[in-house]
Write a protein that binds this ligand. Sequence first.
Ligand code: GP9
Ligand code: MN
Length: 662
Amino acid sequence: MKQLFTGGQRILTKKYAFFLLTVILFWLKTYFVYLTQFNLGVNDKMQQFLLFLNPVSSALLFFGIAIIFKGRLQQWLLIIINFVLSFWLYANIVYYRFFSDFITFSTMTQSTGNAGDLGGSIASLMNGYDVLFFIDTLIVLSLVLFRIARPSAERWNIRAIFTVFVSAVMVFIVNLSLAETDRPELLSRTFDRNYIVKYLGAYNFAIYDTIQNARSNAQRAMADSSDINDIQNFTKSNFAAPNPNYYAKAKGMNVIYISLESLQSFAINYKMPNGQEVTPFLNKLTAGADDTTYFKNFYHQTGSGKTSDAEFMMENSLFPLSQGPVFQMKGLNTYQAAPAMMNQRGYETAVFHGNVKSFWNRDQMYKSLGYERFFDSKYYDMSAENTKNYGMKDKPFLKETIPYLSNLKQPFYSKLILLSNHFPFGMDKEDTTFQPGDFGDSVVNNYFQSANYMDQAVEQFFTDLKKAGLFDNTVIIMYGDHYGLSENHNDAMAKVLGKDEITPFDNAQLQKVPLFIHIPKVAGGTVSTYGGEVDVRPTLMSLLGINTKNYIQFGTDLFSKQHRQIIPFRNGDVITNKYSIVGGNVYANNDGKKVEDSLGKPYEDMAKKMLDYSDKVIYGDLLRFYHPKGFVAPDVSKINYNTDQKIPPDSNYGVSSTQTKK
Ligand code: GP9
Ligand code: MN
């Protein structure tokens, strides 16, 4: 024993030994926590390796601060830093036990309700064995207290200190590049906090989150209330007066939005070489079945936020950002979104999605949009046969949603987000008998199968809504959220469309996504009006008989005679009912031939103005200064998605007790 003690003493008096020991113990502890405390969905060798590697860079960086100092001070700094980091990790462990999510700057500083939800229950989330999460702190502390690790009097030389910091940066760069090869655009798209922790680690995530937050706050601080004036004038003067044939035709009715994952318009009314229709049910709707209007010249306008960008436009009539998903980056802004507007008119509001709630930061953003209830994967039977890829398959998802929907207090405003038709579109054999395509590209081939599956799921859902007695008093808006087949698949797409090649003009037309609106007792059919995702909210509001002239919105009512047929895209392209401006070239829509650039100029100017104004609203969080008559911003601290939502609620979330509902 004595020998061991003196042996330990000898090693630990070596200048670098105590530092290295602290780093290694902390590294292993963190890895152990990843494996046992979080559900990170590690599913390949590379991810396993990155999970193991990722604590290293932050450990070197943080503990590196101590080695600038010498002797006893260095030792105590190492212990303190170890304690602070361990405490942070432990706080995340406790938080995760309740929320299945990681702590962010905003959940800590702004009262979004999350921390409040924990309240007195924190103690119940802690266990006796939790002291193990501080085991490394205790070890290094004892080594110092019992003088096994004696402080070395020597100061580290600059080269050694420098080496530690350079190694931290190098390890981080290697880590990030490997992560980016496994999951491209990891940081720029920020799908889910779980992903960042899995690839880069809990501590690096905290750094990343702090930087994001500081940037966002700076943009917000620079804005002031006068910034909204021009924008208000612009949107007001561009308001399109509603069409009396449609205005208020759905007043007081329920609303169901359905996000048709990755569905592009080319698939609608498309026949496979063997003559089979891909979407036979939706095709009937294009002919006006079930009082449905189909917009065949409707485009998605999403950026890197994909599904969530589409959701954002549908409910705010603002554009998504050109960089990064607005759901992730601006989840705490003030919005004047459709769910909040409807909630204040006595509607119950709910969103349904068979994936974890943190994906696309939905759990935070939905509160800002004013959704009272969020039925995420927790509410669904996520057994293996029901799930694929990100989550629930469409058929069981829609089946299980019906009882929840029927339980909502009417009228309700709801959104259902489908998942099955998602890249790479593979399906389980037992779910389909549809022949895949034969176009020399498995992604494209499978797309037809999964689009067909979605079509069947939607058909069943319509039948079930009728059975539940909801169909005749519900407006149903179904939209393809964004493209499913990127330009990388254009060789096969040329075969699909029977063309020699896909030109830039063709590619722009492939961004068409279907939009269907079922309006009870209003005759439908296919219309050729040009429009995009920002136009849907004003359209819906007109149908519900709500005047939005005083709202900041960049779309116009698709049914209005004054509807503006200019569709700006985040990549700078613009499409109108006459022209497609793609990559700076102007093409005529009727024949796809190039025309003079000057013909596109006025539309480009208008599109740019719309995008700039919308960006200003979002980056400056300008809606906090703007108060349309009759609108009260939802009180996010009153919204709670963690209670059991199966019981019909009293529907008072989002409106504080001093405000009365209309
Ligand atoms: C994930 C689902 C799909 O929850 O919305 O996301 P996507 O990749 O299409 O944006
Ligand atoms: Mn999507």
